[in-house]
Write a protein that binds this ligand. Structure first.
Ligand code: GLN
Length: 271
């Protein structure tokens, strides 16, 4: 018979010890403290078998959130599948920026383009209930993950399927438009480290800026006067995104750094 303690010790020879604990807690459907208080408990063959599969998947470099099916974002647990990008701490920079810009401003409409797991749209809807949030995605599978998350977390978000603004079925002008589009340059070596996530959520297959260029061009049709357009982008794309906004239509162009001190979010207001 294998105890919790023994199973973790064995798995820790193959994968990170913290992750070994996370995965066992997942297999048992318990929190991590349970593993400490029950470390001498024996594991059933079914749990052991499931745990072995999880440890093997991690050994094969599958990200933990795809194994456990969940990822924390802004203090909430989101369901994820390999159909969606795994929510990143970097994206909390976009959340904090939008919350700061919209706090105390009364009812505002907000559009999240390419919502993926829905983490941006749902977090904003829950953190600022005066935002009426709409979210889109081109992938039907992503949209069903996002809808499921909105239900689980009790967030009121309207979802539309389609290619960027084309997803919107009715002409509408928003107060705020946000997006975390696929912005990694197709030549970026970093992509090789992300083989499990949907490629279409990571890169545009070009220089990484084609979607941002498209959205900046199209957004004036969908933004109210003085409306805010904000993007998450790569650590080295701040200057280029600012220059895409540098024309007679936009004002108050600003770049915000993430916790690592890198340019992460660039935004501007429509004149
Ligand atoms: N921030 C992610 C990464 O670099 C990419 C997310 C995106 O392209 N929107 O791994």
């Amino acid at each position: 018979m294998t105890t919790i303690q023994e199973a973790i010790a064995e798995a820790s020879k193959r994968i990170d010890r913290f992750e070994a604990k996370l995965l066992l807690a997942h297999c048992l459907g318990v929190g991590r403290t349970y593993l400490i208080t029950h470390d001498k408990d024996c594991l059933s063959p079914t749990v052991l078998q499931h745990y072995e599969e999880c440890v093997q998947a991690r050994e094969n470099k599958m990200p933990v959130p795809y194994i456990t099916g969940t990822q924390e974002f802004f203090g909430r647990s989101f369901s994820v599948t390999p159909d969606v990008l795994i929510p990143r701490p970097d994206t909390e920079t976009l959340i904090e920026f939008i919350l700061e810009k919209t706090s105390g401003k009364g009812p505002l409409s907000l559009l999240d383009l390419g919502t993926g797991s829905g983490c941006i749209a749902i977090t904003l809807a829950l953190e600022n209930p005066s935002l009426a949030v709409t979210a889109t995605d081109i992938s039907e599978k992503s949209l069903s993950v996002a809808k499921n998350n909105a239900n689980q977390l009790n967030a009121n978000v309207s979802f539309f399927l389609g290619d960027w603004f084309k997803a919107l079925t009715m002409p509408k002008k928003f107060d705020v438009i946000v997006s975390n589009p696929p912005y990694i340059d197709s030549q970026d070596k970093h992509l090789e480290n992300l083989p499990f996530e949907p490629i279409g959520a990571l890169t545009d297959g070009q220089d990484g800026l084609s979607h941002i260029r498209h959205l900046i061009t199209e957004a004036p049709k969908y933004l109210r006067h003085d409306g805010l357009l904000a993007f998450e982008h790569g650590w080295d794309q701040g200057a280029e995104v600012r220059s895409l906004f540098s024309n007679s239509l936009w004002t108050d162009i600003i770049t915000v750094k993430d916790l690592g001190g890198n340019d992460r979010v660039t935004a501007a207001n429509l004149l």
